[in-house]
Design a protein around this ligand. Structure first.
Ligand SMILES: NC(=O)c1ccc[n+]([C@@H]2O[C@H](COP(=O)([O-])OP(=O)(O)OC[C@H]3O[C@@H](n4cnc5c(N)ncnc54)[C@H](O)[C@@H]3O)[C@@H](O)[C@H]2O)c1
Length: 322
């Protein structure tokens, strides 16, 4: 079962699981402004089961978790800025619903194995880089706080009730099937869209902020490796990209690959500046040691594949403005 299975990472995982030959149930609420999109599973729609349900609905979850061997728990409200504008929706989805999913498992499927998608946002403004898992958690926004709690419910249920769970803390993930309808769900998607459309990309601050974007196939590999190993029950792991790059470098590469677009450095909008985390990149050596995971796809290759995907499928992602 994949919660958030019609979203970006969930649907890429679903493609991989179909390739492997696994039976899959995709659970997703398809809330309009979020990343769920039926087109994400268009080419595998006859090979998966889909249940349009909200993880906040306890009765549905109690029923849906039954008989599942693995749950990839990826459903979430992902936008940091939206978590500040509507903190209660973020609380309900990223925190309370996580607890009710775990309660559903405790009562109806305690033998299940869960992989949770956590986030580097739990670290807040890094005290040092690269950030390892020992770094203090001091999030800068409501989303980071709720994600922190959502993650730790999984670890506590693993430790106390033996419901096997692992959390992977994702960094900026990009690739085909990422939401493109608006710019509130991370900069990667929006920059890619603007480059394809030949628009001017606005870089906030000085463009020198460091990030280590992950290509989605690498993230999918990590999710599968984590699910397949009982050595990592109760553990949290950072994921990361091949190397730190500045936002400016990302944009320059993207403009080159798309053969289109331009950029301009502009002051940070105050509401975004207040929750910005500055420079971030991960130390992911813990998961390399435990599971042999390392990112493989370079930024150039990942962006090339992504731009190619959206050139072909733009009408399914751009929303009303396309
Ligand atoms: N993409 C990233 O860079 C990134 C970084 C850190 C963490 N994550 C985490 O990974 C997970 C997947 O993210 P994504 O990038 O695929 O985003 P996404 O928005 O594409 O996918 C999330 C999916 O969850 C679904 N969903 C949201 N609320 C729901 C609810 N109440 N009930 C059922 N389904 C619901 C959405 O419809 C969407 O399909 C999220 O939990 C996110 O916090 C992603």
């Amino acid at each position: 079962m994949i919660t958030g299975g019609l979203g970006f990472i969930g649907s890429n995982l679903a493609h991989k699981l179909v390739e492997i030959g696994t039976e899959i149930l995709l659970v997703d609420s398809l809330i309009p402004d979020y990343g769920g999109n039926l087109f994400n599973v268009e080419d595998i729609k006859d090979k998966v089961r889909i249940n349009i349900a909200d993880v906040r609905d306890e009765s549905s979850m109690k029923y849906l978790v039954r008989g599942q061997d693995y749950i990839f728990n990826l459903a979430g409200q992902v936008s940091h800025i939206d978590s500040m504008r509507d903190p209660f929706a973020d609380l309900e989805i990223n925190c309370r619903a996580q607890l009710s999913l775990l309660e559903a498992c405790r009562h109806n499927n305690p033998g299940v194995r869960i992989v949770f998608s956590g986030t580097r946002q739990v670290y807040g403004v890094p005290d040092y880089v690269p950030v390892d898992e020992r770094h203090l958690l001091h999030p800068t926004d409501v989303n980071g706080i709720n994600e922190m709690a959502g993650e730790w419910y999984h670890i506590v249920y693993n430790n106390v009730y033996g419901i096997r769970a692992t959390s992977l803390r994702l960094t900026n993930t990009y690739g085909p099937r990422l939401l493109m309808k608006h710019n509130r769900q991370g900069f990667m998607g929006w920059f890619i869209r603007q480059a394809i459309d030949g628009e001017e990309i606005q870089l906030f601050g000085d463009g020198r902020q460091l990030r280590d974007p992950s290509y989605v196939d690498d993230v999918v590999d990590a999710l599968l490796l984590a699910a397949a190993s009982d050595k990592v029950n109760g553990e949290v792991f950072n994921l990361g990209g091949l190397e730190p790059v500045s936002l400016l470098q990302i944009v320059e590469l993207l403009i080159e690959i798309a053969g289109n677009g331009s950029y301009r450095i502009v002051p940070f909008p105050p509401d975004l500046k207040r929750i910005d985390i500055g420079d971030y990149y991960s130390d992911y050596s813990k998961i390399t040691k435990a599971l042999g995971w390392k990112p493989k796809v370079s930024l150039r290759e990942g962006l090339e594949r992504t731009v190619q995907f959206y050139r072909k499928n733009k009408q399914h992602y751009w929303g009303n403005e396309a």
